[in-house]
Design a protein. Structure first.
Length: 119
């Protein structure tokens, strides 16, 4: 009986050893170098078709205004006019015009007594 238990123990140990050896040979390198795909939806108020630039390619948004890109920044265009760009996407995935359009110069603000305050 002891000899049979010893044989079972040896077979089981061998099986576990082989599983560990071959499990260590799996391709884990591709998992560590996987590039994240950034997917979002541009909420458009523009009547013209909006395009976006990703990796030096300019492509139109999909029919549901979806865009996909594996790197930032993502730049948006309408009629070859740059609307703006993003360097991140909100958790909900929606990108609104106010997220991309940035005033180039600070605008003056006038107080009620007509004094100008610069931003």
């Amino acid at each position: 009986m002891e000899k049979r238990q010893l044989v079972n123990y040896s077979l089981c140990s061998s099986f576990i050893g082989f599983a560990m050896i071959f499990g260590g040979c799996s391709n884990t390198e591709s998992k560590s170098h996987k590039i994240a795909l950034h997917v979002g939806y541009f909420v458009s108020v523009f009547e013209k078709k909006v395009k976006y630039k990703c990796d030096n390619k300019i492509v139109p948004l999909s029919s549901n205004n979806e865009f996909k890109c594996d790197s930032f920044p993502i730049t948006f265009y309408s009629d070859n006019i740059k609307l703006g760009e993003i360097n991140s996407i909100h958790e909900d995935g929606y990108v609104f015009p106010q997220d991309i359009i940035v005033a180039e110069e600070p605008t003056a603000i006038y107080t009620s007594n007509e004094q100008m305050i610069n931003n």
